[in-house]
Design a protein around this ligand. Structure first.
Ligand code: SAM
Length: 451
């Protein structure tokens, strides 16, 4: 390993003197073999897209460039970013974005599909970068980061490990974390005071945990770990039924502390506060819908199971919720859905109940699915039944809403407000990410809006 003197200035490729800036978390890698090893961990070869955060003077970049189909570099430093731009000018497969990686809008990135993210992160804003890029919904499919060893240990710690705490739980509820290796200070200029480490994060299988309210989970975990020495019963609010019943369900002592409970037990606690006593169930095959003929006239009723099995024509409503800034709320369907699990979909959508009108169904679905109360919606399009609507006669309706969205985790995995232009580009690039009925509705609505 090369030995470096602390905080010496470095010479950039263009010959400029660079004095590493502490405020920008600039600890540059000066060891070729570690740099290459980190770049290899993201398996960049032939990947459609690799994004590097904080390329700096290009230690990792050199081992990435030319390997994926597209490499995007995000650098905030006003001196280093233009130099990188000049260096890769004319290369179609490399793009340099001179922006702050803690603030960049990630919504236009969904159109690329889950991509690979890598970085020797600026330790000063490592936490903010993790939060910004990895909080669901995240367009990232795999991330390899170098951070302080102690932070990596906290991120990956399991029950009983050093560093196990709120950060471990908040990240691991959505990501599997692997510790890849420890990296000593000598490979950096300037040398950091502490060891570093490299971790890999991959999305957790959503079926690996029962469903739970993520906002409530975060709140309870933060409360539970706010004073480590205290017993949990003195930190959490009074649970439904009693504390004694809750600890019995968890098979732990009444005096338990936050750090003595696993991720699975914390999920169980969140479910307890939500009063979820039953195992997760998918949709009921016994719901009854109106069955219609080719002219959308009601000709009888059938159960949901029969309607889908026999491909009978029936009715559904889709609603696009639009806020005053012109953004549209899209939901990602829960993994428990029997049709199109984990696909992105309209703000709310559903079958009409037997005897129900489209307009009444829209108001009901908005309330049941995403907790919005409206008195009316506006008809935007009528779409005949066909393969592209899963044999549904669909009405697309619009609703205006600026407030919060509350959804049931068994129905919806996550959701986000998107600009219509971003959705256009995403639908065009990756129609496979969306429920079929949504794509049909989206195209119908956009073709009207654009004419
Ligand atoms: N990748 C280079 C290496 O391994 O030698 C540099 C790593 S250095 C630890 C962190 C890099 O992130 C620096 O180039 C710094 O300018 C950049 N940086 C700091 N804050 C940033 C931010 N908010 N957004 C993007 N880049 C940032």
């Amino acid at each position: 390993m090369k030995n470096t003197s602390p905080r010496r200035t470095m010479r950039s490729r263009e010959g400029a003197e660079i004095a590493p800036r502490k405020s920008m978390g600039q600890n540059f890698l000066v060891d070729e073999s570690i740099s290459k090893w980190i770049a290899d961990q993201i398996q960049p070869d032939d990947a459609p897209l690799v994004v590097e955060i904080g390329p700096g003077m290009g230690a990792l970049t050199e081992h990435l460039v030319g390997r994926p189909k597209k490499l995007v570099l995000i650098e905030k430093d006003y001196q280093l970013a233009p130099e990188l731009q000049r260096r890769f000018e004319g290369r179609e497969d490399v793009e340099v974005i001179a922006q702050d990686a803690t603030r960049i809008d990630l919504r236009p990135w969904f159109r690329h599909g889950p991509f690979k993210l890598v970085g020797n992160l600026p330790y000063s804003v490592g936490g903010e970068i993790l939060k910004h890029w990895l909080t669901p919904p995240s367009p990232v499919g795999c991330a390899v980061f170098m951070l302080q060893k102690e932070v990596c240990q906290r991120l990956g710690a399991k029950l009983g490990d050093d560093g196990y705490g709120a950060l471990s739980l908040l990240v691991q509820k959505d990501w599997d974390v692997e510790m890849l290796r420890i990296v000593p200070p000598e490979v950096f200029n300037p040398r950091p005071k502490v060891d570093s480490a490299v971790i890999r994060l991959t999305p957790r299988d959503p079926a690996s945990l029962p469903v739970f309210d993520r906002v409530l989970f975060d709140r309870l975990v933060r409360m539970g770990f706010s004073q480590r020495r205290k017993q949990l019963k003195n930190l959490l609010p009074e649970p439904p039924r009693s504390w004694q019943e809750l600890v019995e369900a968890l098979s732990v002592a009444a005096s338990v502390r936050a750090e003595e409970l696993s991720l699975e037990q914390w999920v169980q606690i969140a479910r307890w506060y939500e009063n979820r006593t039953e195992a997760d169930a998918g949709q009921k095959a016994s719901e009854v819908f109106d069955v219609v003929n080719e002219r959308n006239e009601v000709i009888g009723q059938e159960t949901r199971g029969e309607v889908h099995k026999r491909k009978l024509l029936h009715r559904a409503v889709h609603i696009f919720v639009i806020n005053s800034r012109g953004k549209i709320y899209l939901q990602q369907r829960s993994h428990l859905k029997d049709v199109s699990p984990l696909k992105w979909d309209s703000s709310a959508a559903g079958h009409l109940d037997a005897g129900e009108t489209y307009a009444a169904s829209a108001i009901r679905e908005l309330n049941e699915e995403i907790g919005i109360e409206v008195t009316a919606t506006e008809l935007a399009a009528e779409i005949p039944a066909g393969d592209n609507t899963d044999h549904e006669f669909v009405e697309l309706r619009l609703a205006k809403h600026d407030g919060p969205i509350r959804y049931l985790p068994e129905e919806i995995a996550t959701g986000e407000w998107f600009m219509p232009e971003d959705i256009d580009a995403w639908v065009e690039a990756r129609p496979q990410d969306f429920a079929k009925g949504f794509v049909t509705c989206w195209k119908a609505w956009r073709s009207q809006a654009l004419h």
